[in-house]
Structure formats: C-alpha cells, structure tokens
Design a protein around this ligand. Structure first.
Ligand SMILES: Nc1nc2c(ncn2[C@@H]2O[C@H](COP(=O)(O)OP(=O)(O)O)[C@@H](O)[C@H]2O)c(=O)[nH]1
Ligand SMILES: [Mg+2]
Length: 354
C-alpha cells in the first residue's frame, strides 16, 4: 500500500554525564581531579533517499530512539559520542513537529541526500577537572549530561514526478504508463482499478523522466465523489500534466473541463502548470466521423492535443517527445528553485539548556 502520511516519535540520546574522580597513584596520595567529560547523545536525522518510494516502512515502526552519550572516564578520558540515528525517507517528504495539535514545518526534503536534524542529542556534561578553583582544588562535582530532545513528528510525502497523468476513470492511464515504461499497473475495464499513484520511468537522450498515474478523477471529486481529490497533492509538484481523454467519450470537451475544474478547485496555482491533452483509444474510431472531429473542440484550451492509442502504440512517440521537451523547459525555468535551501523553520528546544 502506498503511504503518504505518518506520525512518528523521535528521541535523541542524552548527553553522557561528566565524571567526578581523582588521580590515584602509588606515590601521589593527593592527585588532582581527573574526571573526563561525557560524550554527546546521538541526533535523530531524517535523510531523503531516491530509492525510497513512499512512507510505507513507517507503518510498522513509529518510535525512533538514538543512543545516549557515554559518561566521562578517569584520567580525563572523554566519554564516546553516540552515533546519530539516521532514518531514510523518500524525496518529497515534508517534516512537521507536532505540539499540542499544532504542526510546524521544519524541513522540506527535495533532493537526494538532503537531511534535517529532527531531534538533537544532549551535550555531554563536564567532568570535575573543569571545576577546580583557587579555593577548591578537589571538586567533587561534575555536570550531568544535557537532556535530549524528543518530538512527535508528522511526515507528509508528495511525489515529485516530472509528468502527472490525470484523467477520468477508464480513460487508459494505466495502459499509457504500461506502454511507456516498465510500470505494470493493473489494467481493467472497470473504474478505479488504480487506487494509488503508480510511477513509471521513461528515457530519452540518456535522460530519465518520471511519470505518475493518479487514480481516476471524477466530476465533483472535490465533494468526495469517486476516490475524492486528496491524491491530487501528488500532482502539485509535477512539471507537466497530461490530461488523458477517452477517445470514445461523446463529450470530450465537457470531460476535460471537469478535470481542469477539479484540479483548479484543489489548488488554484496548478492552473499555471504546463499541460498537454492526449485523446486515447483512437484505434476504436474506424471511420466514425463524429469521434474523429471531436478532439478539435479541445483546442480551445490552448494546449497541444495528441491523438494516441495506448493499446496499439499509436502516436506515443510524438506525445512523449513533446512532454519531455516541456519538462526540460520547465526544469530550466525553475532551476533556481531547486537550488534554494529548503529548511524553513527550526523551533527552539523545549527545555532550557545548560
Ligand atoms: N481500444 C483501446 N482500449 C484501451 C486503450 N487504452 C486502454 N484501453 C482499455 O480501457 C480500459 C481501461 O484502461 P486502464 O488503463 O485500466 O484505464 P485507467 O482506469 O485510466 O487506468 C481497459 O479495458 C483497457 O484495455 C486503447 O488505446 N485502445
Ligand atoms: Mg488505472
């Protein structure tokens, strides 16, 4: 099952305590203090990885705990710092801290390897070597390690695909993805076969493009019809939308209008996206004049219109070439966006330090 939202708890490690001890050597009965500092507790770090496809790995594990730092040793030995706990998440994960039912975003992980410290480990405490003063040459005090941070996190994942295929149920979205890529979504004659996003990869000129098929979008999906419209969040970050229309549809114009309306109602910004229209199943047309002239009406949307058959492989290379070109153009235009740092907010630790 495709998972795009989870709640987890992350707990970093406590700092190790400093040690209070004194040198004890055979001919040195009153050796000075020699207690070392404690080590730092491990951080909990979330890292975006390109080989992770969704958040399903968090279905069975929701608690994450990093290790505590070691306590300081004798002879001023520093306690070992604890290893950080690194948790892999898919690219496209937004991380929120949830406190008292309020959520604050702390990071938007958009690139492979990009990370965020979700909970910081405590600093190690100081050993008693640090506490000698003019009047106290044998301090018995050492600092305890600092407390770690612990947070309740909400992770939300939005697919970042280059191309998003949107269409009515049964228009042939899965068939198109199967024809273009190695994706093998279920294809069937009944609506809503695809209930989760399906990813496929296409290639051209040594470049890769990711496509995603979303579940069928029906009229009034925003009111909960069909599978609703929530899954449209996975289209928000796509560079190009392909509206797929069933070639046997007697009112393609109305169907396209409905699709566009649902997308705009979900997020008005999406109406600025680059779009193309593909009329599928043209292999069924034969000489039916009525159908053949139908796509002409779609031109009023001012997007390129392609006629294809996912089943017979007709018109696919023209469609794909045009779509890839648009993706490249969009990537060039928005290059700066990709380079901007995305960490938005870092809340102060709940407990005062020191
Ligand atoms: N004749 C014809 N049938 C198609 C074509 N593409 C898809 N279909 C059929 O339309 C039905 C729905 O296809 P599917 O890919 O599952 O549609 P989805 O619901 O949009 O994913 C299936 O029975 C497919 O075999 C096509 O190009 N030509
Ligand atoms: Mg499908």
């Amino acid at each position: 099952m495709f998972v795009d939202k989870v709640e987890i708890t992350v707990q970093a490690g406590n700092g190790g305590g400093g040690l209070a001890s004194f040198r004890r050597e055979k001919y040195l009965p009153f050796g000075g203090p020699d207690g070392g500092d404690g080590g730092k507790g491990g951080d909990v770090i979330l890292i975006a990885r390109k080989d992770i496809v969704d958040l399903s790995s968090f279905r069975n594990k929701t608690n994450f705990k990093a290790v505590n730092g070691e306590i300081g040793g004798k002879q001023k030995m520093h306690g070992a710092h604890a290893a950080d706990l690194c948790i892999d998440v898919p690219i496209g994960t937004s991380v929120y801290i949830k406190q008292e039912e309020k959520e604050m975003i702390i990071a938007d992980l958009r690139r492979d390897g990009q990370d965020v410290v979700a909970a910081r480990g405590g600093r190690g405490g100081l050993g008693n070597v640090h506490f000698t003063t003019a009047t106290n040459q044998a301090p018995k005090t050492a600092q305890s390690g600092e407390n770690r941070e612990k947070y309740h996190l909400v992770l939300r994942f939005k697919l970042i695909a280059d191309v998003c295929v949107l269409g009515c149920p049964n228009s042939g979205k899965s068939s198109l993805l199967a024809a273009l890529s190695k994706a093998r979504p279920e294809i069937a004659e009944y609506p809503f076969t695809t209930r989760e996003p399906v990813l496929g990869v296409t290639k051209q000129n040594l470049k890769q493009y990711t496509w995603v098929e979303l579940p069928g979008l029906t009229e009034n999906a925003h009111q909960g019809k069909g599978l609703g419209n929530k899954f449209l969040c996975h289209a928000e970050k796509a560079r190009v939308i392909v509206y797929l229309i069933d070639g046997r549809d007697m009112d393609m114009e109305k169907s396209l209008e409905n699709l566009v309306r649902e997308v705009t109602l979900f997020n008005a910004d999406m109406s600025r996206k680059k779009c193309v229209v593909a009329v599928n199943k043209i292999d069924t047309w034969d000489t039916n004049e009525l159908l053949i002239t139908n796509p002409d009406k779609l031109r009023r949307f001012e997007w390129p219109v392609f006629q294809i058959s996912a089943k017979e492989g007709l018109g696919l290379s023209e469609l794909v070439t045009a779509v890839h070109k648009l993706v490249d153009e969009e990537k060039n235009i928005h290059k700066e966006d990709q380079e901007r740092p995305e960490v938005i907010f870092r809340p102060k630790p709940k407990k005062p330090r020191g």
